[in-house]
Design a protein around this ligand. Structure first.
Ligand code: ADP
Ligand code: MG
Length: 277
């Protein structure tokens, strides 16, 4: 049997305006299973419901209809909510909004302190978490003096210190420079491949989505394309119609094919294209 980390069952989410009682359905009747150890990327244009869906995956948003389960625990079960949030941690776009303390190690300790973990174990967890994100040498530094990529890695360490099985990233590289993006993506890949964490990554960078095991594309709150990166990006026109890009090399292969050059329609890396040509 498959080991399921997160399950959405007929999930709908509505925002209700208190002023005019208008209802906006941000997520519509979505069914989704994220397997333990899987790396899932979520794509979709602005307003397609990605963040709303992500926040349901750790009980920050409760579905209007349907059920969300995290490791078999229903997010509506009030007794389980802290368990759920510790098991499925969330990292957001702006690292500055996630850092709370004036010294790196204190910041990383904040989560486990709130979980009531004993001090000696907290120290151990903080050291371990900083080691994983390769920021141990900055332990005593002030977070506000770090680069964007470093700050985001500290935010990730803060989540890791709570020992989650799954981490949900909502556009974690959107505010970073290319270097910072690379640092954070390398950390995310390491968390998945070496630490065995289940990863849900919302991104609008196609080169990041290509790293995932599976991609879903949201459109108007519904899953409109789903598959491996190869399966998804071979539908160049469909992906573009949804307001998204395909990876540059996939686009190039697509243009070459249109010019009559016989080339596979699921090229994902420069190396592959070079070999095919
Ligand atoms: P994405 O993350 O894909 O950009 P969101 O989940 O943020 O999409 O938003 C989905 C839809 O819900 C959008 O139409 C957005 O305007 C609306 N929305 C998001 N947050 C709120 C909110 N707090 N109140 C009302 N509507 C919201
Ligand atoms: Mg969003």
């Amino acid at each position: 049997m498959k080991d399921i980390m997160i399950k959405l069952e007929n999930v709908t989410y509505e925002y209700k305006s208190y002023i005019d009682e208008e209802v906006l359905t941000a997520v519509k009747n979505v069914n989704l299973e994220v397997e333990k150890g899987e790396f899932l990327a979520i794509l979709g244009h602005n307003g397609s419901g990605k963040s709303t869906m992500a926040k349901m995956m750790n009980g920050l948003n409760m579905p209007t209809n349907g059920e969300v389960y995290v490791m078999g625990m229903n997010t509506k079960d009030e007794e389980k909510i802290w368990d759920i949030r510790a098991k499925a941690g969330m990292v957001f776009q702006n690292p500055d909004n996630q850092l709370v303390a004036t010294i790196v190690e204190e910041d990383v300790a904040f989560g486990p302190e709130n979980l009531g973990i004993p001090p000696t174990e907290i120290r151990q967890r903080v050291d371990e978490a900083l080691e994983i994100v390769e920021m141990s040498q900055y332990k005593k530094h002030a977070p506000h003096l770090l680069s964007g990529g470093q700050k985001q890695r500290i935010a990730i360490a803060g989540i890791l210190a709570m020992k989650p099985d799954c981490i949900i990233f909502d556009e974690p590289t959107a505010m970073l420079d290319p270097n910072g993006r690379l640092e954070v993506m390398n950390t995310i890949k390491k968390l998945n491949k070496e630490e065995g964490k289940t990863i849900v990554l919302i991104t609008h960078y196609m080169d990041e989505a290509v790293e995932a095991d599976r991609i879903i594309v949201l459109s108007e709150g519904e899953i409109s394309i789903e598959g491996t990166p190869r399966e998804v990006f071979r539908h160049v026109e469909k992906v573009k119609k949804l307001g998204l890009d395909v990876p540059q090399v996939t686009e190039l292969a697509y243009e070459l094919r249109k010019e009559g050059i016989d080339i596979r329609d699921d090229v994902l890396s420069v190396e592959e294209l070079v070999e095919l040509l």
